[in-house]
Ligand binder design. Structure first.
Ligand code: AKG
Ligand code: FE2
Length: 351
């Protein structure tokens, strides 16, 4: 029978536990219908890489702006190199995350919750209580900006977690502020647009762990989805992320040492009135290595709404989105199954 001792009867079994039990197959609840499985047909298109080293250079900045514009328009995605976050800060964050997931379940269980509004959440799949099909992922999510408000709630085990993770979350928040300026400039908006709201904005860290999987072709770490925020910055230690191109084919995001991945989210689609679209992406799993990804999700602060920039609404590009905010997204995911429904669809004005 394809079911392990730990079944999906409402009790909690992390993906890490299954591996520790020495499972040689994936339990039935993880097996996707054939049409949703990763079928291995991938495109080898060169994906955009933006080198930020010259972003303050008066003459060379315009090339960066142009690269960002093309990448956002065509893919809603790019990788950044020379972004200013030291390799040691990134490696330490991955290390702290990995140690957290290696802890025995009893040391993580107190963070277990299915309430999406809790500022610190440990869990598995998307929502292990509600999911019809499960995904091969354990996660820890916590708020990060501003640090002083949230850090006391972060895990204190492993001991190094707060110290190592905070160096990364603060650097990612700063990088995000610089990236937003570049993205706004690429749209012809003032670089100071929403400056304070962005500096005070929400930052949610989604720390994901995808253990090595005995049958990686039958399941996924995360199903196709878009992120809700303005941008997401992803740090990963192994390949596994795929993005959907305009050609509706999956493209694997390569692992480039030191690079970070930037994804445009639904609130960016709203702000640009659809000039830039949020990118559909998914996480695949592999049979050899545990993969860690640390996603820094940025949007405006909880009470604020994002609306289309008035400079981007005109006769050629008529108003196409309603305003939406982090709290609208939380309401949406409390009620909907995100495998079946999309948050961005609730924000579109049907003309
Ligand atoms: O693991 C990844 O690379 C992607 C994770 C992701 O898409 C998410 O947490 O929203
Ligand atoms: Fe995502």
């Amino acid at each position: 029978m394809r079911e392990s001792s730990a079944s999906a009867n409402g009790s909690f079994t992390s993906a890490m536990t299954l591996i520790e039990e020495g499972l040689t197959y994936v339990p039935k609840r993880y097996v996707l219908p054939p049409s949703l499985r990763p079928d291995g047909t991938l495109c080898n298109t060169c994906l955009p890489i933006v080198d930020l080293s010259n972003r303050q250079h008066p003459l060379l900045r315009s090339q960066i702006i142009q690269d960002v514009h093309l990448a956002c328009k065509k893919f809603g995605f790019f990788q950044v190199v020379n972004h200013g976050i030291p390799l040691s800060v990134m490696d330490n964050a991955i290390h702290a995350a990995s140690e957290f997931f290696d802890l025995p379940t009893q040391d993580k269980r107190h963070l277990l919750t299915s309430n999406v509004c809790d500022p610190v959440r440990y869990g598995t799949s998307l929502n292990h209580v509600k999911d019809k099909v499960h995904f091969w992922r354990d996660f820890l999510k916590h708020y990060a900006n501003p640090t002083s408000t949230w850090i006391d709630l972060w895990p204190s085990n492993p001991k190094c977690y707060k110290k190592k993770m905070v160096n990364y979350t603060m650097a990612a928040q700063k990088l995000q502020e610089g990236l937003m300026e570049v993205i706004f400039e690429s749209l012809g908006l003032n670089t100071n647009y929403l400056h304070e709201d962005i500096a005070e904005g929400s930052q949610v860290m989604a720390v994901n762990c995808y253990p090595a999987c005995p049958e990686p072709d039958l399941t996924l770490g995360l199903p196709p989805h878009t992120d809700y925020g303005m941008i997401s910055i992803i740090l990963q230690n192994h390949q596994g992320l795929q993005i959907m191109g305009q050609d509706e084919k999956w493209h694997s995001v390569p692992l480039i040492e030191g690079a970070l991945t930037v994804l445009l989210g639904d609130h960016m689609e709203v702000l640009t009135n659809g000039i830039y679209k949020s990118v559909v992406h998914r996480a695949t799993v592999n049979s050899e290595k545990k993969r860690i990804s640390i996603v820094s999700l940025h949007s405006l602060t909880l009470g604020k709404k994002v609306r289309p920039a008035s400079a981007l609404v005109n006769e050629q590009n008529i108003l196409s989105y309603k305003e939406g905010g982090f709290s609208d997204f939380l309401d949406f995911i409390s009620g909907e199954d995100i495998v079946e429904a999309k948050y961005i669809d609730t924000l579109k004005i049907n003309t």
